[in-house]
Design a binder for this molecule. Sequence first.
Ligand SMILES: [Zn+2]
Length: 255
Amino acid sequence: MSHAKKESFERYKRQMLIPEIQESGQEKIRNAKVLMIGAGGLASAAAFYLAAAGVGNIGIADDDKVEMSNLNRQILHDPGRISALKAVSAKQTLERFNPEIQIRAYPERFQTQGELIRILGDYDLVVDCSDNYPTRFALNDACIQTRKPWVHGAVYGFEGQAMTFVPGQGPCYRCLYPSLPSESSPDAPVGVIGVSPGIIGMIQAAEALKYLLGKGNLLIGRLLFVDLLEMSFSEFTVHRNDACPSCRVGKHCPP
Ligand SMILES: [Zn+2]
């Protein structure tokens, strides 16, 4: 065994002891391509743990720059990276943490739906670490068109939610939110404590790994709601909406 191979084996040894993973599962994780939409608080947990698990290819899309007010939750960045592009900063952090995986930064806003669809073609799964409804709606429709699964996460204060969408199985995001919810003031920052995106981001990473391994029960049609003040985890069943315009489009898309 070469030195690099031995080091790699050592790095993932403990998780390969899990019956659901073993060496064959680790190979699936190593060959996986996962796109993170956003490089903020959710991605700080989700991308970090996917990199730790050895996901071989991680894309990170974010056109924002690091600000001091991000650092109560966005632990991919640090004070030395203020004003740096978040996607680039995240790439640097993750490459330092796990040099054996490939990280690609997309420090730009996807200008068109077509551009998003084209980039999705390079990935097996998407983790939604965005912070706004228009992005999630665009991602939902692009994932239906390209038949890509995605794991949604969102946080507010001490609360958060997560759900997994697999086109052709269960509802989509527009079945849950048929129209764009009106945000009181989209530009006003909402309060959040770092543990909320930390926990939800890790739930997203767990869902991503389960999907890649083909193990366990995913949050398909199950909206998980977490209230950290009450320390309660509740689950709501979400059904496919027969009138959903996105799902109707998806039916006409080739598998
Ligand atoms: Zn739908």
